[in-house]
Design a protein around this ligand. Sequence first.
Ligand SMILES: Cc1cc2nc3c(=O)[nH]c(=O)nc-3n(C[C@H](O)[C@H](O)[C@H](O)COP(=O)(O)OP(=O)(O)OC[C@H]3O[C@@H](n4cnc5c(N)ncnc54)[C@H](O)[C@@H]3O)c2cc1C
Length: 582
Amino acid sequence: MATYKAPIREIQFVLNDVLDAGQLSALPSYGDATMETMNGLIEEAAKLIEEQIAPLNASGDTEGCRWNNGEVSVPKGFAEAYQQYWQAGWVGLSNPPEFGGAGLPYTLSKVVDEMLCSADVAFALYPGLTVGCFEALHALGTDEQKATYLPKLGTGEWTGTMCITEPHAGTDIGSVKTKATPNGDGSYALDGGKIFITSGEHTMADNIIHFVIARLPDSPPGVKGLSTFVVPKFLVNADGSLGARNPVRCTSIEHKMGIHGSCTCALQFEGAKGWMVGAPNTGIQNMFVMMNLARILVGLQGLGQCELATQNAINYAKDRKQGKAFNGGETIIDHPDVRRMLLTMKATTEGARVMAYETGLYVDLAHHHPDPAVREAAGDWVELNTPLVKSFCTDSAFDLGSLAVQVYGGHGFIREHGVEQIVRDSKILCLYEGTNGIQAMDLVRRKLMMHNGRLPQRFFAKLRSESTADAPVGFIAKPLREAVDELEKTTQWLQESFKTRPDDVGFGAVDFQRAFSLTYLGYNWLRMAKAASLSTNDDAWKLSKLTTAQFFAQRMLPQVHALCANVRNSATELMTLDAASF
Ligand SMILES: Cc1cc2nc3c(=O)[nH]c(=O)nc-3n(C[C@H](O)[C@H](O)[C@H](O)COP(=O)(O)OP(=O)(O)OC[C@H]3O[C@@H](n4cnc5c(N)ncnc54)[C@H](O)[C@@H]3O)c2cc1C
């Protein structure tokens, strides 16, 4: 069975020494969020997660969810653990106090998300979607809608969903058909079928609040005719008590490759009563209010699984004896090829952690910093980082899950060791909230072009300013500067080709996205190496950080050049092969 120990020291190193997250307590809304408070909360969350949630990971995977005549049961132990989790305040950690939350930084909630997603990513989806639904209603709802739903969504007492997908409408959201017909009293009757709805039906909470994309009868076709609605499983009476069951039926649940503990539901809306959220036909913009933060959360899900794969592979490799290595050692960690895999895993996970937490930090600065210029710059970073965090952390989770299996050898393929579950659980992360291919389109078509290319320009300027020749860690500063030059050249090529050669841009987008992420990780490893070299009291730990930084600089960062060459080699001839000739 895979085991999980929260990497507290790594987490605190990134927050304290690399990102200076203590700066958050200087923001007017976060006066209480000192580093000391945050560190204490991280340790408290880690204890609950290690002791109560992690033990459910393997059993939840084996048992899965069950559908019976419209009712869904979750694996044994999930309901009790969920009650404990929300009642301890972890679902509402960064939600506003007026709606039952603790009002603490978003960054802190992402740290807790990482730990929860290492312990059991399937379980983590129940609170995850709840927070997403809360964020959408908080940003867009009327005062009445907020008063009705947010106090209980904000704590996690009720759970939430996001209902977009239909059988014919996956990536192509504009083809959603679910209808919302006015009832004449301010409410709407929703009719239609949604599929793949995470946490769509269960009895872990007293009520489920669905955030639904649907179409008004007279709406224009495509994405311009979508609107958003709040549809509760149980209608809520004026005094807050629960009323009649709304006709939203769970007709089946999916049998999946992984995340078996998470119920993935087909929902049939049969005249279900809902209320419009936001203005008519603004559904696509409304959905992105939820989707942008949800994409960051999925990145954290990926990071959690990266950490799980990495720590289990390292522990196993230290223990498993097999042959004599050239250095005389007898455990598999002494073999150079196993070290290559473990260093790849460490370099990826620790580098991705800085990227993910920094994105959280920028969300906090973008929302709460008193200086508008700082808010604008932080907002640009969030926009740019969102597809990077989502795609890099989740692709890495699947890759590192596979590497963990490789480190375990044949034993990794056997279920009882638990690492094959990481491969199965993490694949979905690359697919939902917009596939990673769609993240790449977002990066090259939107994020590179916004504000006349201001987003990547800020990124290049920052990296150049922090990787100057006299930096104490020249072994990574130099290859980082070379990677930035290459990436900037490729960015300009994409910006120029965007209108004239859209297929070439689309063809190169995923390679570009990875090149961008690896360059970002180069910056992260530069900062980690600098911070570690200042550390005076633990030589083994310092050596581990500097060696991993060196590995990243020598073995991973140079991949940026090949990836960028691939992007610029994209040619329209690739699109001339007709489908029948494949
Ligand atoms: C376990 C699970 C949980 C889910 N949870 C939810 C949920 O809670 N709520 C919800 O609404 N949905 C949910 N989904 C749906 C999920 O978001 C979609 O599956 C996803 O958006 C992709 O849609 P699709 O499966 O129809 O694939 P398709 O859209 O058919 O895509 C197939 C392939 O084509 C590519 N592609 C499609 N269009 C383009 C394009 N324009 N440019 C480039 N490439 C393109 C994609 O990248 C992909 O590789 C869930 C799905 C699963 C499996």
